[in-house]
Write a protein that binds this ligand. Structure first.
Ligand code: UDP
Length: 473
């Protein structure tokens, strides 16, 4: 059978962008056997974890998805960029010729299998040029929430209207897609100061957001009705809310299986909903004094815990690592005193852990994949954002949707430390509080599953998208 080819490219080195993009590709080809997917990979040798993921994923999906590794470009020098977003944007841009070559080959080698779409992600906007040159319909895959997509569209307007740095503003902002006014301090760190290449990068990307034919967002109507309605009624590319797309196998298949088994064995021995998971994303790590305050807070709260503790990377091009000696970063005697109460480990297979019945709460950095995963399993979150768009996600979860308990919505590197008393109070509120969050999260769990069922909102959105993608006969 001849198949229509859908091609994808994701920001290199970003688990949070790549994993849902791969899942979405799998979703498409599973849903309609007339489709086949090719994912173009820009390799980032500094992030080997991701390369391991790609290898295992490629083996698991060999018949439906082709992973095509682009040639490695010359390494960037430090005078070419200041921020990690500038590094990534430049790296992506330097791959344009390779991408053009790969896409041209795909087009000419598969005449009976037309290339029907090229999906770029939120920071791969330079690839829109390649799609245009080769006359391939270009779409965007957006792995963050619909509120953040509204915000991205609005950045050029804010930039034109407000000359001050956002960090200096003392008024809240009106942003389409948000029902509440938004405090400037929940904007991404990259945007707080106008000087610097991170701000310029965001502006350059968002300036191109109206160009794709459509934008696929990993969200669903029942979760973000207001933000999606705002997008649908604006003069913007059509938005397809096809989520939640979650990799339910998670990282268990591409990280140390022995460690995973020992953690699950420990969880099996804990009562239902009794354990709080603390995990801060693929790029999240906290400084020594903050780690100590969390430890004291956990001890005082007295709830069972599983803590994915990671050490800061050597530079922002690398990812955090598992601590070589946890004893060194934790308060004296902490591990002995809490040995019956909790486990401290490095990277955990988060999605598998959230699925475990012993988990009753999640202190999360509020990456969008983590939020979707916790909603899928009905686990309430306490918000502790660190980087990227997580402060806005935390604000949305707490203030807009009432689906999370607030620890902080504006925490970031360099913020005032969250003291042990506050950690203790928040964990007690998360695990025991009478605030309605747990009930609303359980309700959203059902809605997230229904969205994907036949005739659910996301199912319908996917059908409409496929109808648009496939050549008309
Ligand atoms: N993750 C994991 N174990 C960890 C940290 C992260 O499995 O110790 C997974 C998590 O389940 C999610 C992804 O990595 O699927 C992180 O994506 P998210 O959007 O939440 O945050 P990011 O890492 O992109 O900031």
């Amino acid at each position: 059978m001849s198949k229509s080819e859908v091609v994808f490219i994701s920001t290199p080195g970003s688990i949070g962008n790549l994993v849902p993009l791969v899942e979405f590709a799998q979703f498409l080809v599973n849903h309609d056997p007339r489709l086949h997917a090719t994912i173009l990979i820009i390799t980032m040798p500094q992030r080997p974890t991701i390369n391991t993921y790609i290898q295992s994923r490629a083996a698991a999906s060999a018949t439906t998805i082709n992973f095509l590794h682009l040639p490695i470009v010359d390494p960037l020098t430090e005078d070419e960029y200041q921020s990690s977003i500038a590094y990534l944007s430049l790296l992506i841009q330097k791959n344009k010729l390779h991408v053009k070559h790969a896409l041209t080959e795909l087009i000419s080698s598969t005449e009976s299998n037309p290339v029907v779409a090229f999906f770029v992600d939120m920071f791969c906007t330079s690839m829109i040029d390649v799609a245009n040159e080769l006359d391939v319909p270009c779409y965007m895959f957006f792995a963050s929430p619909a509120t953040f997509l509204n915000f991205m569209f609005h950045i050029p307007v804010l930039d034109a209207e407000i000359s001050d740095d956002f960090v200096d503003l003392d008024t809240e902002l009106t942003i389409p897609g948000f029902a509440n006014s938004v405090p400037p301090m929940v904007l991404p760190t990259a945007l707080l100061n106008k000087k610097g290449d991170a701000y310029a990068c965001y502006l350059a990307h968002t300036a191109r957001y109206k160009e794709p034919k459509g934008i696929v967002v990993n969200t669903f109507k029942e979760l973000e009705p207001h933000a999606l309605y705002t997008l649908a009624t604006s003069d913007l590319p059509r938005v397809h809310a096809i989520g939640p797309v979650v990799d339910l196998n998670g990282v268990a298949q591409w990280q140390n299986p022995d460690r995973y088994e020992s953690v699950v064995k420990w969880l099996d021995d804990q009562p239902p909903s009794s354990v709080v998971l603390l995990c801060f994303g693929s790029m999240g790590s906290l400084n020594g004094p903050q780690v100590r305050e969390i430890a004291f807070g956990l001890e005082r709260a007295g709830f069972r815990f599983l803590w994915a503790l990671r050490e800061p990377p050597k530079s922002n091009v690398y990812l955090p690592t598992d601590p070589t000696n946890v004893d060194e970063v934790l308060p004296d005697g902490f591990l002995e005193r809490t040995c019956k109460l909790g486990l401290v480990c490095g990277w955990v297979p988060q999605v598998k852990i959230l699925a475990h019945q012993a988990i009753g709460g999640f202190v999360s950095h509020c990456g969008w994949n983590s939020i979707l995963e916790s909603l899928w399993y009905g686990v309430p979150i306490a918000t502790w954002p660190i980087y990227a768009e997580q402060q806005m996600n935390a604000f949305e979860m707490v203030k807009e949707l009432g689906l999370a308990v607030e620890i902080r919505v504006d925490y970031r590197e360099g913020s005032k430390i969250v003291m042990a008393e506050e950690v203790e109070r928040s964990i007690k509120r998360l695990m025991d509080g009478d605030h309605g969050v747990r009930t609303r999260v359980k309700d959203m769990r059902e809605k997230s599953r229904m969205a994907l069922m036949e005739n659910g909102s996301a199912y319908q959105a996917l059908e409409d998208l496929i109808e648009e993608l496939l050549p008309k006969v």
